[in-house]
Design a protein around this ligand. Structure first.
Ligand code: DNO
Length: 388
């Protein structure tokens, strides 16, 4: 069986993890975006080519574009959404002209991925990312003071949230604010508390049904272009895969995905199969989902989470936690056999380990933690290959 292509995410020339670190980790592909371009602007051809050359000079290839962000106006179908869709289309065409083939994107309102701890201590002294519902509730109800937020959380969570909030000092409060609103890489927007509340207010009239409809209308416009230019569009699931801050989320479950892929139906309307995002929901049976969407998986994020049954989870070692990694990877490799080129995968996130603890890197995107994740996944693929 053919292994998946090994790639690693890189945040561009300002990333503390360098292209040669990625090469040393054994990856052959790079996953990146022109993060310096404001959300909604067209990515010019010369800037794309410049980044591509840099990657190729290090002996790597640019396998996947992650992400071309979707402007809030498009998600809301308001403001200047028509102009932003035109720009999006131009960016797709420009990327295709530069030889890129896969674009990852998401349709999460306001915030991309969300965690409440960036340095959750592991027994050996390393650290992981963590999501704790009571901390999110403390932020939402007592710091942001979102109207009616309290109704969104069960009483036992509110009790914990209040106790947690009471013992926070000023610095700890600021840390929590920046972790939720500005801490995570790849999310192209950062907000002050006031901006964030304003961004939430824009969704007052947009429930899940409306957001789904806006996604469908967006896809009906861009997928024919992607098809013509042979760009595989790969929507990334919601992380975490449930509504937060009263915002709708519509890319969380197996049926959400089936609905998205049906409208419009096209080989180029596909998904990023992210085990860590989908895996947090018990009703997402990951091996079954790989089977169900096998024709539409253009890109894979491999990561596991460990949840505690109360809505909290931390990012576990890649081969531990709740994700049945062996079954998932084995099925993905079977699909790979039916393709002309291997599906690209990346170890999604890693712990901070060893020298990562002394070095600057983006949360979740440490060098050594990801190298370890990638090496374990490579071993898994190697074993599956030999088992046949
Ligand atoms: C987090 C990532 C996300 C992801 C986007 C895709 O580590 O998986 O930032 O890239 O949601 O558009």
């Amino acid at each position: 069986m053919m292994a998946l292509q090994e790639t690693m995410r890189w945040f561009g020339p300002s990333d503390g993890v360098r292209l040669y670190d990625i090469r040393q980790a054994g990856a052959t592909g790079v996953v990146t975006a022109l993060h310096e371009i404001p959300n909604g602007d067209i990515w010019p051809i010369d800037a794309i080519l410049g980044r591509k050359r840099l990657i190729e000079k290090a002996g790597l290839s640019w396998s996947v574009v992650e992400s071309v962000p979707v402007h809030e106006d498009i998600k809301l179908r308001g403001g200047k959404y028509k102009a932003y869709i035109e720009n999006y289309i131009r960016t797709i065409i420009n990327l295709a002209e530069c030889g890129l083939e896969v674009i990852c994107y998401n349709f999460m309102p306001v915030l991309d991925w969300t965690r409440t701890d960036l340095d959750y201590q592991l027994p050996g002294g390393g650290s992981a990312l963590r999501f704790e519902l009571a901390k999110l509730a403390a932020f939402d109800c007592y710091i942001l003071k979102r109207p009616l937020a309290i109704d969104d959380y069960p009483p036992q969570i509110m009790k914990k949230a209040e106790a947690f909030y009471r013992q926070l000092n000023r610095n700890e409060q600021d840390d929590l604010i920046s972790t939720i609103l500005a801490g995570l890489p790849g999310a192209e927007e950062t907000y002050s508390l006031e901006d964030f509340q304003r961004a939430l207010d824009r969704y007052d009239e947009t429930d899940a049904g409306k957001l789904r409809e806006n996604l469908k209308l967006f896809l009906e416009t861009i997928i024919p272009v992607a098809e013509e230019h042979k760009i595989n569009m790969a929507i990334h699931p919601d992380d975490p895969p449930f509504p937060i801050f009263g915002l709708p989320r519509v890319v969380s479950t197996s049926d959400d995905i089936a609905g998205i892929l049906a409208n419009p139906k096209s080989d180029f309307n596909g998904i990023t199969f992210c085990t860590g995002s989908f895996g947090v929901r018990k009703d997402n049976d990951l091996p079954l989902m790989v089977e169900r969407f096998k024709e539409s998986i253009h890109f894979v994020h491999l990561r596991s989470t460990q949840e505690d049954g109360k809505g909290n989870f931390y990012e576990a070692n890649h081969l531990q936690g709740n994700v049945p990694m062996f079954e998932v990877v084995q099925r993905l490799m079977r699909i790979n056999n039916t393709r002309t080129a291997p599906i690209p995968m990346r170890p999604d996130h890693g712990h901070r380990l060893l020298d990562d603890l002394k070095r600057q890197s983006n949360p979740g995107y440490s060098a050594i933690g990801r190298l370890k994740g990638l090496a374990e996944l490579r071993g898994l693929m190697h074993a599956i290959q030999h088992l046949g």
